[in-house]
Design a protein around this ligand. Structure first.
Ligand code: 3PY
Length: 248
């Protein structure tokens, strides 16, 4: 079964609401491509203006974070029903910046994946190893452990809708990119793990992205690999280059 490609921008903590609307306008014609799912994952304050700015286009909107209960005394947090009501479809979960800077562990990440599905949001579940683990050659075990924990109790039907982003931490914000072969090796490993944890039909449907300094120059080679179904794009999603990646 042919998997539909998905190119998602992770805007991180960039763009004020007015800058966000201007970026949507700048990218509007550049990201037109009916063969690809195009997603802007934006800061919470930009969600409503971005949803309005992309109305009637091929762009879907994602969020970068949420908390696992629907409402209550959780100062500063935002819930899945709030995101859903605002027009959000995708949610990034388990990005290494949330794991490392904000201390999110696999227990919380697993709860978030289940809550996202229960709320009708599609998780973009991130995994990836540090430079130390890559150098120690233990990165495969690490990634298998992350995915196994993060998907505990998640059903095969849900995993078929899931997006997994392989993002080696050593390639995030460093300008370093995994080679296409390094990225393919891990994306293939993830698909094989899904086949082991679930079944081959589920593994054939789950979409796996590469993330970590993907840009207009390296996207075509990365996306030519059989197990790489798209990209989660950091810095390059904030400029016209994003259009080149969507069409790579
Ligand atoms: C990057 O490319 O820097 C990312 O972290 C994408 O999520």
């Amino acid at each position: 079964m042919a998997r539909r490609r998905i190119i998602a921008g992770n805007w991180k903590m960039n763009k004020t609401p007015s800058e966000a609307v201007a970026l949507c306008e700048e990218l509007k014609d550049l990201v037109k491509n009916d063969d690809v799912d195009v997603v802007y994952c934006v800061p919470a304050i930009d969600i409503v203006p971005v949803v309005n700015a992309v109305k009637g286009t091929n762009v879907h909107v994602g969020a970068e974070n949420f908390y696992i209960v629907d409402s209550g005394a959780f100062t500063g947090e935002i819930s899945a029903p709030m995101l859903k009501d605002a027009g959000v479809e995708y949610i990034i979960i388990g990005h290494s910046e949330r794991r490392d800077i904000f201390g999110e562990n696999d227990i919380l990440i697993n709860q978030k994946v289940k809550k996202a599905f229960a709320s009708g949001l599609t998780p973009i579940l991130c995994c990836g190893e540090s430079l130390a683990l890559r150098k120690a050659d233990t990165y495969k075990e690490w990634i298998e452990r992350q995915i196994t924990w993060d998907l505990d109790g998640v059903t095969a039907d849900q995993v078929k809708k899931l997006v997994i982003a392989y993002e080696p931490i050593w390639a995030i914000g460093t300008g370093e990119t995994a080679t296409a072969d390094q990225a393919e090796e891990v994306c293939k490993l993830i698909r094989e793990l899904i086949a082991k944890l679930y079944d081959q039909a589920t593994a054939d449907e789950v979409r796996i992205q590469y993330g970590g300094s993907m840009n207009a120059g390296n996207a075509a080679e990365l996306l030519s690999k059989p197990n790489i179904d798209g990209g989660l794009i950091g810095g390059a999603s904030l400029k016209a280059d994003f259009g080149k990646i969507v069409n790579a």
